[in-house]
Design a protein around this ligand. Sequence first.
Ligand SMILES: NC(=O)c1ccc[n+]([C@@H]2O[C@H](COP(=O)([O-])OP(=O)(O)OC[C@H]3O[C@@H](n4cnc5c(N)ncnc54)[C@H](O)[C@@H]3O)[C@@H](O)[C@H]2O)c1
Length: 339
Amino acid sequence: MKNINVGIVGLGRLGKEHAKNLAFRIAGVKLNAACSIVKSELEYAKKELGVQDVYSDYREMLKQADIDAVVIVTTSSEHCWQIAAALDAGKHVFSDKPLGVTIEECRLAEAAVAKHADQIFFLGFMRRFDPSYAYAKEKIKQGLIGRPYMIKATGIDPEALVEGAIKFAPTSGGIFTDMAIHDIDLMRWFLEDNPVEVYANGATFKHPEFKAANDDETGVAMYKCAKGGIGFVHVGRTASYGYHVETEIIGTEGTLRISPVPEKNLCAIYDIHGVVKECVTGFPERFAEAYRLEMENFIACIRSNKQPEVSVFDGTKSTQIAFATTTSYRNKEVIKIGY
Ligand SMILES: NC(=O)c1ccc[n+]([C@@H]2O[C@H](COP(=O)([O-])OP(=O)(O)OC[C@H]3O[C@@H](n4cnc5c(N)ncnc54)[C@H](O)[C@@H]3O)[C@@H](O)[C@H]2O)c1
């Protein structure tokens, strides 16, 4: 089997996770090139990943590197032009979420994907590959909970990382664009429905810096979907106990709950503090398997020449919904969502 050669762009928090999977954990793949505007990350690529062909200019990597595919894990506002440039250069493309930070950018990516329909385009909504979420989806397909009509999703980052969130707040696009996009995608996936109305609100009790950035440390949004379903999303940045991602899917005949206790693993510690289940610490730990599985799926899509289930249009829709949520939050009114 011929290796699929991949170039990665962006080696920050998440880029490193994808890069390690590509370099060491996925069969039939060679991480052949890396690009970053941060010099130390290129050193990292050489030393830790064994990638010698490194670039600080993305277009140069596309032109010169021996690669079949590109994995984009840059700052969100860079995704769409980088997607279009890679497709135009004849490469298959994996881009992490969100597709883009404006609708115009998303349309640019849509056009590029349409123009190169014979190349694979894969959008990294990795929760769909998390074994527990995938299992829940199978149970729904089997009819276990009847008709799913409500989603309750919680996503709270560890307070240990709050300084970074405060720094990032002025340019993050607001708590909903920054944090709720996975929950929005899951709502659409599980309910097989699109929200048409949203009302959102927020609160800050611990870190006034978020208010100064016209944002909040906690956000809640309620969605009404076209076929009648309801979504309730709670995002936040102050979980003192770790990383809290939990999803509940309620159907006419039952309920599925994914990690109702955000535990680290199956080990319970019995000691002077009582009986303790430790909490998972962050997204790299909680979704390690999902990141590997989604990348394996990207490679499998290339090999079988089959487009993935998630499309570029799912990316645009999630961004549109996140925008509408932010508008509702800022204007304090119910917003109709058009597509
Ligand atoms: N799927 C998930 O669970 C998940 C988790 C975290 C982040 N993300 C997404 O992944 C992306 C990266 O997030 P992060 O937290 O790793 O960010 P980060 O700031 O840690 O890293 C961003 C990287 O992009 C590089 N970069 C930016 N512009 C570039 C350009 N023009 N050319 C080359 N390199 C460039 C930077 O040098 C850096 O390496 C974001 O879009 C974010 O939304 C997804």
